[in-house]
Design a protein around this ligand. Sequence first.
Ligand code: NAD
Ligand code: USQ
Length: 406
Amino acid sequence: MKIAVLGGDGFVGWPTSLHLSEQGHDVHIIDNLSRRWIDTELGVQSLTPMDSIQERTRIWHQETGRRIHFHLIDIARDYDVFKSWLSEHQPDAIIHFAEQRAAPYSMKTDRHKNYTVNNNVNATHNLLNAMVDTGVNSHLVHLGTMGVYGYSTVGAAIPEGYLPVGIETMDGKTVQQDILYPANPGSIYHMTKCLDQLLFQFYAKNDGVRITDLHQGIVWGTHTEQTRRHDQLINRFDYDGDYGTVLNRFLIQAAIGYPLTVHGTGGQTRAFIHIQDSVRCIELALENPPAKGDKVKIFNQMTETHRVKDLAELVAGLTDGKVAYLPNPRKEAAENDLVVKNDQFLELGLEPITLEKGLLDEVVEVAKKYAYRVDRSRIPAVSAWTRDIAPTLNADPEGKNLKTVS
Ligand code: NAD
Ligand code: USQ
């Protein structure tokens, strides 16, 4: 297949591009490199030294003989350029990773809120609009988030996208309907993914666009089979307070002897998936497209759930680390349960990689190798969800006086 990977320079997009290229697909990365620019804005860098995208693809060619093409396009802003590209290349599938994906970044200031909404909603709408206008019949696979559901349970498992409901009619009968599970976003970023869902629903219904939406949990790990092949194929690894996600942050904190930064009581339960499984799920989704006219196909792309506090204790136990309980920068439930259905990927043959010591150790080893690149002052999460929360974070913005428990 000819596959366009929008956002293919990112943490999930890069290993996905390598994996699909290895399988013989003709992979075209489209990226505006905004994520690299945001690193500069924030004064941080990936823990791992990432080469330029051109250099990465050159090494891939040197190692495998396969070519991955790169096109510098901003899909949120360069509509005409992107439309011409689509019309010329007519990909069989498009994987859409190209959004601003950090909840804390999206909540930093009014400017960051505007940027996230403008970038993400325009990117998705431009893509759908261009697909319809050019008449390409690509299968669109989008990376959504578990966060569209809002995590909480009412004593029932979260279904894969749709909730069957009975609606009482005026003559007292009950009709059955599948509706999108009620959206309950916890950040501006997560809200943009809820808006994406509506755009998909409309374009699938109105224009018969074939769409798969993958509601993914928190991705952890760094290496995949292909990124291990050569030092210069290494994946991005975010550890800072905005882009670092919880388990990867705990692993790098443990590696450098920094207290593990649990927000609040650590009672938040979240869904997780290893990067290797994330890549595999995308492959499975590509192999099983919906038919023209079908409703949007929604998968829950996660393999296990964990409570933040339990993860901190697990990592501290493995590494002799210390845990610090900090004021929570976010407005989120202090405690929640989370049970999630993921039957569709299991039925398609996914064999989940779950949290195990070997893989946790591998991340700690990577973190130790590149520990000299860590700026400890960038570890604290300082993006406050509300004006009321902000003063509680200002007391120790560089995390120099963290109180720890063993
Ligand atoms: P990332 O920030 O590492 O990568 C996103 C890429 O998209 C970057 O290379 C960026 O430059 C590019 N991009 C952003 N806006 C663009 C635009 N307008 N035009 C062209 N390129 C643009 O993020 P990631 O961690 O790889 O996540 C990829 C997708 O998966 C995101 O949509 C995210 O919401 C979703 N997701 C990620 C996780 C996770 O834990 N990382 C979990 C669930 C879902
Ligand atoms: N947390 C800590 N300590 C930290 C960092 C985070 O306790 O140092 C807590 C947060 O308060 C939150 C939980 O851990 O309760 C998860 O935070 P996160 O930053 O790991 O994940 P989140 O903000 O939800 O975002 C990440 C990705 C996003 C993706 C989402 C999937 O950045 O792109 O959509 O995970 S999900 O969480 O399932 O919605």
